[in-house]
Structure formats: structure tokens, C-alpha cells
Design a protein around this ligand. Structure first.
Ligand SMILES: C[S@@+](CC[C@H](N)C(=O)[O-])C[C@H]1O[C@@H](n2cnc3c(N)ncnc32)[C@H](O)[C@@H]1O
Length: 224
């Protein structure tokens, strides 16, 4: 039976494949992934490494889910088995990502734990976000690299994933920007929330209708 804390428990008791995670990620995973547990989903994890994270997801999500891994290292192919499939290629190769999309159509969850190079993370998001299902989640972790020079990072530096994600806050609110200079985009129409945590950014999709508001309560004519 699924219960809160399952992922963290799995991690702490893991005696199987190598798994490397920051402790504070588990609360964030549970918050955004829990609602997917009761049905088969398709999940893509970018960055397979020792295969432990794919196996953790396999145990956490519905047994008929498809757990898909992507890694540049051909040795990761050995972690395929059961409902885990692994594809070898680079996350910054649009042709390779295009083939994945053709095969799987939509992903309910994408978890980017790959190269953590800022330009790659942005390129991957740009290629894959539209292929997240309409109630899905795009999860990017280890974004402390947005501040690290070796990964193309730097505080408030253009071209980092954190700056890219900050700009998406305006896109989320584009319907409220007066004038025609900042139009509503597909991102505005399909995104419900962006959540920022230490080193993690999560995009929650949900189709957005026209924004509406109302007043309720004991209104007087002068309140209208
Ligand atoms: C942080 S590890 C993944 C850890 C794994 N998700 C876990 O939780 O145990 C990063 C992985 O990304 C892979 N990687 C590095 N550059 C990549 C690229 N350009 N495209 C795809 N994968 C890449 C590495 O080979 C490595 O296995």
C-alpha cells in the first residue's frame, strides 16, 4: 500500500543499485509525484548513472508504468529490465529527443538529473516541455549548477536555467500584461505553477482557461 515517505524510506533502505540524492529532495518528490501513484504513467528520467533512481521509481509508481531512462553513457543500457527502458544519447541532441518523443508521445513526469550544464538543461526543456502530458510535471534538480562557473552558471547570469525559469514567471502571468508586447504563449496556456526550491525547479502543467474572478458575500450595491 502506498504511504507517505515511501521514496525516502526506499532510499534509506536501498541495498540494490547506487543512488545519489540530496535529502531535502524527498519531500519535494513526494509533494509533486504522490498524485501519480494510483495509475500507470510514463516517466522519463534524464541521467541514469548507477540505475538506482530508475529502480526507486519502478518501486514507487504503479507496476504497469513505463519508467524510461536516458543517459549519454552506453553502459547504462544494462539497467533495462521489466518496465524500465534505457536509451543512450545526449540530452542536448534534439534529433535524439525527437525520436524519444515519437516513441512515447507524452510523458507524465520528466525528471532532469542529467549533465546539469545550464545550456543543456534549457535545450532539453525547450525540446520536451510540450511533450509533458496536460496534467504532468517537469522536474529539474541540482540547479545549484546555475551558480557554478564550470556548468555555465553565475549569479543572475543570462543563460542559466534559474534565470530562464525566472523569466517563465512572467510567461505564467502573461494574460495580465497590458498591451500586445508580451503575448500569452503555449506555456501560459498549459502551465499551472512553477515551484522553486533549493536547487530544484518544478513546473506543474494544467490547462488554463480564461482567468475569471467574482465577488461573493453580502454585497451592497456600492461594492459592485
Ligand atoms: C547525477 S548522475 C544521475 C544520477 C541518477 N539520476 C541518480 O539519481 O542516481 C548524471 C548522469 O547524467 C549523465 N549525463 C551526463 N551528460 C549527459 C548528457 N549530455 N546527456 C545525457 N546524460 C548525460 C551521466 O552519464 C550520469 O550518469
Amino acid at each position: 500500500m502506498p504511504s507517505p515517505g515511501d521514496l525516502h524510506r526506499y532510499f534509506l533502505n536501498n541495498g540494490s543499485k547506487i543512488l545519489h540524492k540530496w535529502f531535502h529532495y524527498f519531500d519535494i518528490y513526494e509533494r509533486h509525484f504522490e498524485r501519480f501513484r494510483d495509475r500507470p504513467i510514463t516517466m522519463l528520467e534524464i541521467g541514469v548513472f548507477g540505475g538506482g533512481s530508475l529502480e526507486m521509481c519502478q518501486s514507487y509508481f504503479h507496476p504497469e508504468s513505463r519508467i524510461v531512462g536516458l543517459d549519454i553513457n552506453p553502459k547504462c543500457k544494462r539497467f533495462e529490465g521489466g518496465n524500465i527502458e534505457v536509451h543512450i544519447g545526449s540530452q542536448d541532441d534534439p534529433n535524439f529527443l525527437g525520436k524519444l518523443v515519437k516513441k512515447y508521445k507524452k510523458f507524465d513526469i520528466i525528471l532532469d538529473d542529467g549533465s546539469h550544464i545550464n545550456s543543456h538543461v534549457i535545450k532539453t526543456f525547450e525540446a520536451l516541455y510540450e511533450h509533458v502530458s496536460s496534467n504532468g510535471v517537469y522536474f529539474v534538480e541540482d540547479m545549484h549548477t546555475s551558480y557554478w562557473k564550470d556548468y555555465g552558471g553565475g549569479l543572475k547570469k543570462e543563460g542559466t536555467f534559474i534565470e530562464f525559469a525566472k523569466n517563465h514567471i512572467d510567461q505564467l502571468n502573461a494574460a495580465h500584461v497590458p498591451g500586445d508586447d508580451y503575448p500569452v504563449t503555449e506555456f501560459t496556456r498549459t502551465t499551472n505553477a512553477i515551484a522553486f526550491y533549493d536547487s530544484v525547479v518544478v513546473f506543474e502543467k494544467r490547462l488554463q482557461g480564461t482567468r475569471q474572478h467574482a465577488k461573493t458575500g453580502p454585497l451592497k450595491k456600492t461594492d459592485l
